[in-house]
Design a protein around this ligand. Structure first.
Ligand SMILES: [Zn+2]
Length: 318
């Protein structure tokens, strides 16, 4: 007998088990794996492959994951958005998620109903997947994580423009956030862009997959002068820099915060609390599961969904 489609669970390694064929974002040797995107807490299935089943992800996710892992895992089948893939009687289709390059949501359709898994996402830009069962991220799933209205992209452009008059600027951020910031400045800031080699390697993957970035040069200390914007990994943020520093962060109470040597700008890749609830409201699932393997707020979010929207919701693991 087929288990009810509403019975979603998570294994001891963080893989979310969907239907009877698929597992998402963690190792599971008996099922076909889906990797939603290349952040390190989602690529466990690529890191520790086992069994004979394939691993599915977008081509860009595969390239970014290979960069993180330092090798190219085998047994991976890259799949584009909106291209259904059938296993047994179940069909999996990937849809875009606005998060990092290559991020995907998955919709699994079976004879018994459908299951959507968001992976990590932000709004606007992520299409809402309607399904009987919705599995969603919960990074900012608590009511304290409500962003005030404000445009991070405008704040970044304005801060850079204002301080370029004082000399060079250095922007520090995690992988992908730096490339996103570089893309935001494209067309708005007339300056020389300089990337350190770590940022350059990832930027090349972005360019390979059609992401639009402005022309940039490799960082050479002597060139970081005048109207130039330097991009470096967040791990370098404590170093001395002769100019204004901008630290990119996922969460901060304000859009722009003054810090020693410059500013911290909130450039989030995740939906906030209100946007998570809006997704559920529009998707109209019968039941929701929140990912507690990768977030501390899954229980809180599940309770909020039940109380505010009247839809059954459970954290994973339960
Ligand atoms: Zn992520």
């Amino acid at each position: 007998m087929h288990p009810p489609i509403e019975d979603v669970s998570i294994n001891s390694k963080g893989a979310i088990l969907i239907g009877s064929e698929f597992a998402a974002d963690g190792p599971c040797s008996e099922r076909t794996l889906f990797v939603s995107h290349a952040h390190s807490d989602h690529i466990g299935g690529l890191r520790r492959r086992g069994g004979s089943r394939e691993t599915l992800c977008t081509p860009a996710t595969y390239d970014l994951a290979c960069h993180t892992l330092g090798y190219r895992p085998s047994g991976v089948r890259t799949v584009g958005y909106s291209k259904p893939v059938a296993y047994g009687e179940e069909i999996l289709t990937l849809y875009p998620a606005t998060h990092i390059l290559g991020s995907a949501q998955a919709l699994v359709e079976t004879r018994f109903g459908s299951v959507a898994y968001t992976g990590d996402f932000k709004q606007p830009g992520t299409p809402i997947l309607g399904a009987d069962v919705l599995i969603m991220e919960a990074t900012y799933g608590a009511p304290i994580y409500r962003r005030e209205v404000g445009d991070a992209e405008v704040a970044l452009v304005e801060t850079v423009e204002k301080h370029l008059h004082d000399g060079p600027i250095c922007i520090y951020g995690y992988t992908s956030k730096v490339q996103e910031a570089l893309a935001i400045l494209r067309g708005f800031i007339d300056a020389e862009f300089l990337l350190d080699s770590a940022c350059d390697k990832v930027a090349k993957i972005y360019l390979k997959h059609g992401f639009k970035l402005p022309k940039y040069n490799l960082l050479d200390q002597e060139k970081a002068e005048g109207r130039s914007v330097v991009f470096k990994s967040l791990s370098k943020a404590r170093e001395r820099f002769q100019g204004t520093k901008i630290l990119l962060t996922g969460w901060a109470p304000s859009l722009v915060t003054r810090v020693e040597g410059g500013y911290m700008i909130r450039l989030s890749d995740h939906a906030d609390y209100n946007q998570l609830l809006n997704y559920v409201e529009e998707a109209k699932p019968k039941v929701v599961y929140t990912d507690g393997w990768r977030s501390s707020y899954a229980k809180v979010l599940a309770k909020e969904i039940e109380n505010r929207l009247g839809i059954k919701a459970h954290p994973l693991p339960r």
